[in-house]
Ligand binder design. Structure first.
Ligand code: G3P
Ligand code: MG
Length: 490
């Protein structure tokens, strides 16, 4: 059970009937808090922020520590009245897909029917193990656990195959992929991951850092969306239902001089939508992924934060009171990649830069909202997705009691999982590089530290299903001889 509950954070039950949402920023003068009209919560849940909404820049200007301790994070939770809306239910099923490793949609596989019959006979004779299997689930981080960039971490494939039914019961154990990564649509990324991992990944078991930010489309109409390759984040935001999505390159195409050090190719110009952006009133800035052009993105963020009422080419007399809100999809400072040296800087570092600039220019701390692990809203959204996935896998729309988060970053995966009441497993294949026998001193994994994801999965399954559990399906198993305490593999 989550250690936090709604009462702990003052979440109020939403009314049954949706009603039109107030998108006017006049409803929230001088604050990044979402309009909180209690009649306007039909399709979303507003989850109070657990991280401070105030800039971290001052802290990092004097202290280069990259891992705020659990104590510091806990101290900041729920203290600023900001809420992070998340969708009340997972994404519409029209966006769902299950793809196979070779890109085809999953369907009947030759031989699967007889295997399913055999597996169900085995499961009928192993009721206790089946009950335990249906009461557990995994949540996997991606970068540093399953892959490094586009390179598979080899043990990941075996772990996922085992959870997909390659085990003595032939039973599926549900798992979600919960990443702070992003920058492309859920469908595109799951397709890519299916190919890298060699197992089918469905959008219904997949959460990127910006996935819960779909709920913000209920609040903001015209948004500047940043990060990621090319114009892919524009497509993401349009899929989420934002009505008027502008990308920095659209603005560059209109006025290249707006960013003196721009990176802008003729191909990008061809894809850009040129409009008179001086006439547009932006409602919010959404950073969905890592910036590919820091100079332009930081310039446009500053321009809009300092503008009068979200209008480019203007400067507000009082930038704080007329400032439009800015949202970041996640706060990781570094992440593991296929680079052979230390982890690389990511969106959190970009955000610290923005905050420092804002403070230097205005003298005040920037208020902003950060989604992604370890933010509570992201874990609550994971529960919504988990319920739906449990229904697809086990035909039971409920949360399992034993959830195991496997992550490589103590400051996001592990601290968040610990606070949410999950079992946490820290692996040594990513950001955390502790030696044998060491745990993270600030955010220790409560279930343990493992060499890789396969070791973590095996330990968790053995704990729930028994030390003798076999991590391989035996197609020659005889159900008559198989039962509690009997092995399916000779
Ligand atoms: O940019 C950081 C992000 O890529 C980390 O992803 O999967 O480790 O949460 P993940
Ligand atoms: Mg990671």
């Amino acid at each position: 059970m989550p250690r936090f509950d709604d009462a702990d954070f003052g979440v109020e039950a939403a009314p049954a009937e949706p009603s039109p949402r107030d998108t006017s920023r006049d409803a929230v003068p001088g604050s990044i808090s979402i309009p909180s009209d209690p009649n306007a919560q039909g399709d979303v849940i507003e989850v109070p922020a657990t991280r401070s909404s105030i800039s971290d820049a001052s802290q990092y200007m004097h202290n280069l520590s990259l891992s705020p301790s659990m104590k510091d994070r806990r101290g900041s939770r729920n203290s600023f009245g900001t809420s992070l809306p998340i969708p009340r239910s997972p994404r519409p099923s029209r966006l769902s897909s299950v793809v196979t490793a070779d890109g085809a949609r999953a369907g009947a596989v030759p031989g699967a029917v007889s295997r399913d019959i055999l597996a169900s006979q085995i499961q009928d004779m192993s009721k206790e193990k089946v009950k335990a299997a249906k009461n557990m689930a995994f949540v996997f981080d991606i970068d540093g656990v399953l892959a490094h960039g586009n390179e598979l971490i080899p043990e990941a494939r075996e772990a996922l195959k085992m959870l997909n039914g390659d085990n003595e019961l032939g039973i599926k154990i549900p798992y979600l992929l919960l990443t702070n990564g992003g920058g492309k649509t859920e469908a595109a990324r799951t397709q890519q991951l299916s190919e890298i991992l060699g197992v089918p990944i469905s959008t219904d078991q997949f959460i990127q850092s910006h996935t819960p930010m779909r709920a913000l489309a209920e609040y903001y109409e015209t948004v500047l969306v940043m990060g990621g390759e090319g114009f892919k984040c524009r497509e993401v935001a349009e899929n989420y239902g934002f009505k008027n999505v502008v990308h920095p390159k659209d603005i560059l195409a209109w006025d290249p001089t707006i960013s003196p050090w721009r990176c802008f190719t003729p191909e990008e110009r061809a894809e850009a939508r040129v409009r008179d952006y001086s006439k547009m009133k932006f409602d919010a800035i959404l950073v969905f992924a890592d910036s590919r052009d820091y100079a332009t993105d930081m310039q446009l963020i500053m321009d809009l934060l300092l503008a009068e009422d979200g209008k480019l080419l203007t400067r507000a007399k009082d930038p704080v009171s007329s400032r439009i809100p800015i949202y970041f999809s996640q706060g990781d400072l570094v992440f593991p990649t296929d680079h052979k040296g230390p982890p690389r800087l990511t969106q959190g570092a970009f955000r610290i830069g923005v905050e420092a600039m804002y403070k230097a220019i205005t003298g005040v701390d920037l208020e902003r909202v950060v989604y992604g692990k370890p933010e509570l809203a992201t874990y609550k959204y994971a529960d919504e997705v988990m319920r739906g996935w449990m229904e697809q896998i086990h035909n039971e729309s409920r949360l399992p009691d034993n959830v195991y988060m496997v992550g490589d970053n103590p400051a996001s995966d592990i601290i968040g999982g610990n606070m949410y009441g999950w079992n946490t497993c820290l692996v040594r294949t990513g950001v955390f590089q502790g030696k044998e026998g060491e745990n993270d001193p600030n955010s220790p994994a409560n279930f343990g530290v493992f060499d890789n994801v396969l070791e973590a999965v095996k330990a968790a399954v053995r704990k729930e299903l028994g030390e003798d559990f076999k991590f391989k399906w035996n197609p020659k198993v005889n159900p008559v001889l198989h039962g509690e305490g009997m092995s399916a593999v000779e």
